[in-house]
Design a protein around this ligand. Structure first.
Ligand SMILES: NC(=O)C1=CN([C@@H]2O[C@H](COP(=O)(O)OP(=O)(O)OC[C@H]3O[C@@H](n4cnc5c(N)ncnc54)[C@H](O)[C@@H]3O)[C@@H](O)[C@H]2O)C=CC1
Ligand SMILES: NCC(=O)COP(=O)(O)O
Length: 344
């Protein structure tokens, strides 16, 4: 299988120091970035092609030239354009099939906006644009808690004050449909159970605390249930994330960013993986950001990046043509599908 491409992300963040740690965990990855941004002493070999072999223990590096070295914790506006270009180059390689999937290291949205006028609030929206303005959703999936916590916010990187207007029936339906398809394709769940959160306290409590649930969310759920989808909700968001509640569904579609991300980052910050649903290629990411406060100190935890790379590799393997025609569930969210023994 082709390698997983790991982007450098923000060079002043923890991204560059996590790459050699992820490689040391045994994942066959190729890093796209400027080798001057790797920690001193990193054993790496520059490659011209993402699949080129390298000496054992070396980090394969596809060079992407930046204007200069990076200072941990201090993003340089002069680097912003190249951070963006790295993402675009990674997408080109994925679309050309030269890498099996991409895992992105964190970017600073603010640094990219201020340094290069980046017009997108995050990777998710930029990747959707690069892929041809396809509909996407952002899932964060735990890998280290049982029952798993998988969340998909129907609105993403917008101010809280804009959420009620942005939470249209079409936006919520898109998030539910993309989640349903991804659970089948990439998480090996043939009949996904999806919980849908309400927007208001107590999911509106019969209209006494808001009418979004009664007027829009409940009718949408009824319509999609009539199609055969296994949906529950609208559920009060404050009581749907403890373990017995999570055991009743495979993913929660939420109404806004923090409603979805607070539970998963609280339950499994180290094992959380961000997956973009709906793209024509595989993209995962650690759940954390640039961590400027600890960048360059050698204390950043690589667990989430490793989980993101493993999940990408598992999805890529499960999507390989080898599996087509076999009577096994497609995809497993990074967990290999069980071997099915044929009766002799
Ligand atoms: N996928 C992406 O590109 C993401 C980018 N961001 C960006 O990151 C920047 C900083 O965001 P924050 O909200 O401060 O979140 P953050 O995740 O960077 O940091 C929050 C806290 O977690 C700690 N932390 C983060 N990653 C860690 C790791 N690997 N090991 C140990 N501790 C870790 C940090 O030191 C900090 O105390 C923002 O510009 C934001 O836009 C945030 C989330 C995802
Ligand atoms: N809070 C999650 C986040 O910022 C991830 O965004 P993206 O860069 O993956 O779109």
């Amino acid at each position: 299988m082709a390698r997983i491409l790991l982007t450098c992300g923000e060079p002043a963040g923890v991204g560059p120091e996590l790459a050699p740690l992820a490689r040391a965990s045994g994942i066959d990855l190729v890093w796209l970035g400027d080798p001057r941004h790797l920690p001193a002493g990193t054993a790496f070999t520059e490659v011209a092609d993402p699949s080129e072999p390298v000496p054992p223990g070396h980090l394969p590096v596809l060079r992407h030239e930046f204007p200069g070295p990076a200072t941990p914790g201090r993003p340089d506006p002069a680097h912003a354009a190249e951070v963006i270009a790295v993402i675009a180059r990674a997408v080109d390689l994925a679309l050309a099939g030269r890498v099996a999937a991409i895992t992105t290291a964190p970017i600073s949205k603010q640094a990219l906006k201020e340094g290069a006028g980046f017009a997108f609030p995050g990777h998710t929206e930029y990747l959707a644009h690069l892929a041809g303005d396809v509909p996407v959703a952002m899932m964060l999936a735990s890998t280290g808690v049982t029952p798993p916590c998988r969340v998909v916010p129907a609105t993403i990187h917008i101010p809280l004050s804009e959420v009620p207007a942005a939470l249209t029936e079409a936006a919520l339906e898109q998030a539910i449909r993309l989640t349903h398809a991804a659970l089948i394709r990439d998480f090996a769940i043939p009949n996904p159970r999806i919980a849908v959160a309400g927007l208001n306290p107590h999911a509106g409590e019969g209209g006494t605390m808001g009418r979004t649930e009664a007027d829009m969310i409940a009718p949408l759920i009824a319509r999609l249930r009539a199609e055969g989808m296994d949906l529950t909700g609208p559920l009060p968001a404050d009581t749907m994330f403890h373990a017995p509640a999570r055991a009743t569904y495979d993913a929660a579609v939420c109404t806004y960013h923090d409603q979805a991300l607070v539970p998963i980052k609280t339950l499994d910050f180290a094992g959380g993986v961000n997956v973009t649903l709906g793209l024509p290629f595989i993209r995962t990411s650690p759940d954390h950001g640039t961590a400027f406060d600890i960048a360059g100190k050698g204390i950043a935890d690589p667990a989430s990046t490793i989980a993101a790379l493993r999940m990408a590799a598992g999805m890529a393997e499960a999507r390989m043509p080898l599996h087509l025609g076999e009577n096994i569930p497609r995809g497993s969210g990074g967990v290999k599908p069980p071997v099915r023994h044929q009766p002799s």
